[in-house]
Design a binder for this molecule. Structure first.
Ligand code: NDP
Length: 827
């Protein structure tokens, strides 16, 4: 086509990017070996895999395929480098990160071409989006390395980090993983995806060029079943960071359960793209193109569900089809191409399978009239209308250029449809009415919400999911906590847990404490009813009542409830004397408690001031009964009275702390490179199940409940099995302190069994467990089905009296998740 013809037709001329330099680089380096200890090492497996160009199906390079022994070598290198890297001054680490950023920019063209060749994504995207964001991540985290001591005091690096990344944004995912990890002083073993290893290998060369100390970054290419699994199972890896499918995320949770490895999971999505009838439809159309055809729809946060207000649906679909007709598909290296190739023939088949299923289930398929290139893996942009919200294509992540469209009538219905998914990664809201958009955004269960925009990312703005989209954040300050742990956590998992403070008392001391509490075993009647009988018989005056003697019921939905089982459990002093009874809760009680906690979810929408007031009020009412609470602690634990008094006073202080925090642990406003702001809001997680420890039964119970409710969560608490009475005494305080019904629910019983029930419950959003190592493992395993966030202690005790360990930001962070709401502005 000559220039005159181009002017006449207004067709795009070809604008190919030259691949010669990249091809030369590949030729010089093959076969690629493993990058361990800053050396290129032949794989002990002796095996190599092909990396192919999805746009042509041709082999680009031979790449080493690591086995377990290779992973061992990489982890050893990372372990050996850790002591020195973790002690490297912040400023020096910052300089290395800065150098990485600069060198990435220097090689940006080669990286962009390599990425397009290896993945099939368009050069426009790799050049203008992926690679600039990669550099930005290293710059941004150079800053956090510099500021680590002042901004994260009391934290240390985690150790050796295993990182597993997918093929959809190969180098960007590498940057999201490696930059925060090394900024915080960790060392890394990273496994790129089988299909897309090449830019990671170029990055390894950059690591050498920069002169990063050997062993800080190790890159092992290979397959999931070999390299991937070996990394996840490795005993000397302290954390796994994973991005990929929800299914593999679950399997990694299963493998790591109970190991004490930290885990962050960035998983799939089925993100809603909500269009209200007052939206600017021309912008919407370009938004849809970016939402679902960007990267061929192989984006975890792709706006794959178009939710459109019914009265504009026909107009929007007509406009959309016209735009789809003009999308350009072809050679990813052509700068005028909108849609490139699908990463592999297998992925292509999977997309086709789901599309066929959509048709079979009755949805109406529309594809543009032009045909796809015949060579390589290409799939046309696809629009489904007449889709039922329950259809497979409306629920399952297709991970391809396939959009399903569903209509709604009211904003409330839009929110309901948007949240009708097991995922919660991202959402877009389109409306010219900012009041409406900002009202909808907090109601969406998603980690990122883009208003009148979509698929925007920046290193300063954390990214990550709610629900089955995983947990943990990447980017922002919140992302750093995935790579650090409190400095006081020095014990390794194989050290035996401390024993309870109460066990050291001699029997005499215990007896003394008991008698000072007015407890005489022979006079105790465990049954409320028999006690009443005594009273009705007029024998009360001659009967020496024990201090507390009734069967404490469960506390569900603001009411005292008899356990479904009809059974109670006897509670004894450490010396084996009966001091009371509590209800023996079962699965049905747990269901009722979770239901009540859900019903109380409006608690999250109340003002933080109101939550603070109620926490102060709880403290006030508890203070009046401080002596009674102290005696109860003495009776249950056998500790000295003064010690128990100290526990009560510390509990009151803790309530004050969280009353103070409730209106202060807030979000921030980011200024990413865009005309607009990003509101990073801390939101409640929802229903938190919590198994409370045996030590310090009042203090530890309140230390867990108070931050959770201060941040707007509702709670189902399982008190200690051996000392539950401090918790059950508290519900009288809750009742008289204006705490709304259902915000705190207490179920006594066999803590270990009930913990499992709670951890398995699909309507529980997070599970905290403070008990044995075995129990911690069970909770992590039970959390798998709905990818629940867990916080467990692996059998290690905390010093609950110590404010460094027993309260503060760690608790508040566990009680919240950050949602980033992107708000562009300007005409
Ligand atoms: P996977 O989740 O299987 O792969 C992601 C990464 O994990 C790859 O490096 C893979 O290695 C590795 N891996 C896979 N299984 C294990 C394991 N058991 N232990 C350790 N590492 C493992 O994604 P796929 O590439 O197979 O894609 C399948 C589907 O997953 C897609 O269709 C899409 O729906 C979803 N997906 C979601 C992504 C997201 O960002 N949310 C990203 C990619 C995929 P290897 O490459 O060698 O298989």
């Amino acid at each position: 086509m000559n220039i005159t013809e181009i002017f006449e037709t207004m067709e795009y001329g070809p604008a190919p990017e030259a691949p010669a330099l990249a091809q030369e680089w590949l030729k010089e380096h093959q076969p690629f070996n493993l990058f361990i200890n800053n050396q290129w090492v032949k794989p002990l497996s002796g095996q190599y895999l092909d990396s192919t160009n999805p746009a042509t199906g041709k082999t680009l390079a031979r790449v080493a395929s690591a086995n377990k022994a290779d992973v061992d070598a990489a982890v050893s290198a990372a372990r050996a480098a850790f002591p020195s890297w973790s002690k490297t001054p912040n400023h020096i680490r910052a300089r290395y990160l800065y150098a990485l950023a600069r060198t990435i920019q220097k090689h940006s063209r080669l990286l962009a071409v390599l990425e397009a060749l290896d993945n099939g994504k368009t050069i426009r995207e790799t050049r203008d989006l992926d690679i600039p964001l990669v550099a930005r991540h290293f710059y941004y985290h150079a800053g956090w390395a510099q500021l680590m001591s002042s901004e994260l005091p009391g934290y240390q690096p985690v150790g050796v980090v295993g990182q597993i990344i997918p093929w959809n944004f190969p180098l960007l995912m590498l940057a999201w993983k490696i930059a925060p990890a090394i900024a915080m002083g960790n060392t890394v073993v990273l496994k790129p995806a089988r299909y897309t290893p090449l830019t990671a290998l170029k990055f390894a060369e950059i690591v050498q060029e920069v002169g990063l100390p050997a062993g800080v970054i190790n890159i092992v290419t290979g397959e999931a079943g070999q390299a991937g699994e070996a990394l996840v199972q490795h005993a000397d890896v302290n954390k796994i960071a994973f991005t990929g499918s929800t299914e593999v995320g679950r399997s990694i949770r299963r493998t790591t359960a109970g190991s004490g490895k930290k885990l962050s999971l960035e998983l799939g999505g089925k993100s809603p793209f909500i269009v209200f009838d007052d939206a600017d439809l021309d912008s919407v159309i370009e938004g849809v193109v970016d939402a679902i055809w960007f990267n061929q729809g192989q984006v975890c946060c792709a706006g794959s569900r178009l939710l459109v207000q019914e009265n504009i649906a026909d107009r929007l679909v007509t406009k959309l089809r016209a735009r789809m007709e003009r999308l350009r598909m072809g050679d990813p290296l052509d700068k005028a191409v909108d849609i490139g190739a699908i990463v592999s023939p297998t992925q292509l088949q999977e997309i086709q399978r789901l599309v066929d299923q959509g048709v079979k289930e009755g949805a109406q398929l529309w594809q543009p009239s032009w045909s796809c290139p015949t060579e390589g893996s290409f799939f046309p942009p696809t629009l489904f209308t007449n889709v039922s919200p329950a259809a497979t294509i409306a629920q399952v992540e297709i991970f391809g250029p396939v959009l399903v469209s569903i209509t709604f009538r009211t904003p409330a219905e839009a929110v309901e449809l948007a949240n009708n998914t097991r995922y919660g990664l991202a959402a877009s809201v389109w409306s010219e009415n900012i009041n409406l958009a900002l009202d909808i955004a907090p109601k969406l269960k998603a980690g990122s919400v883009w208003i009148n925009s979509t698929n925007l990312f920046d290193a300063a703005c954390g990214f990550g999911g709610y629900r089955e989209s995983g947990y943990g954040r990447e980017g922002g300050k919140e992302g750093l906590y995935e790579y650090v742990r409190p400095s006081w956590q020095t014990k390794t998992l194989d050290q035996a847990p401390d024993t309870s403070a109460s066990t050291n008392l001699v029997d005499d001391e215990k007896m003394q404490i008991l008698s000072s509490n007015g407890l005489h075993l022979e006079e105790i009647s465990g049954e409320e009813d028999s006690l009443n009988d005594h009273m009705h018989n007029g024998s009360s005056s001659s009967f020496a009542f024990p201090a507390i003697d009734r069967t404490a019921k469960l506390f569900i939905d603001g009411k005292q409830a008899r356990p479904d089982s009809g059974y109670s459990r006897a509670i004894y002093t450490p010396a084996g004397e009966l001091i009371g009874e509590v209800g023996d809760g079962n699965r049905k009680d747990m269901r009722n408690a979770v239901e009540a906690a859900h019903k109380a979810s409006g608690w999250a929408n109340g003002t933080t001031h109101n939550r603070a007031q109620i926490l102060y009020y709880i403290a006030e009412n508890m203070a009046v009964r401080a002596e009674e609470f102290a005696r109860r602690i003495v009776a249950q634990t056998g500790r000295h009275h003064a010690d128990a008094e100290n526990e009560v006073q510390t509990t009151l202080s803790r309530l004050f702390s969280y009353a103070a925090w409730s209106d202060k642990f807030e979000g921030v406003v980011h200024r990413p490179p865009l005309r607009g702001v990003v509101l990073a809001m801390r939101e409640a997680i929802g229903v938190i199940g919590m198994a409370c420890p045996d030590q310090y039964p009042l203090l530890s119970f309140i230390s867990l409940v108070a931050p959770a409710i201060a941040m707007g969560n509702t709670v189902v608490a399982l008190p200690s099995s051996i000392a539950p009475l401090s918790a059950t005494d508290s519900y009288q305080i809750f009742e008289t302190s204006d705490l709304p019904a259902g915000v705190v629910n207490i179920v006594t019983g066999e803590r270990e069994i009930l913990s499992k029930v709670l951890a398995e419950h699909h309507d529980v959003n997070a599970m905290w467990y403070f008990g044995s190592a075995e129990g911690s493992k069970l909770v992590e395993l039970a959390s798998i089905s709905n990818v629940k966030r867990t916080w467990v202690n692996y059998g290690r005790e905390r010093a609950w009296l110590d404010p460094v360990q027993g309260e503060g930001e760690e608790f508040l962070r566990e009680s919240t998740q950050v949602k980033n709401i992107w708000v562009p502005y300007g005409e």
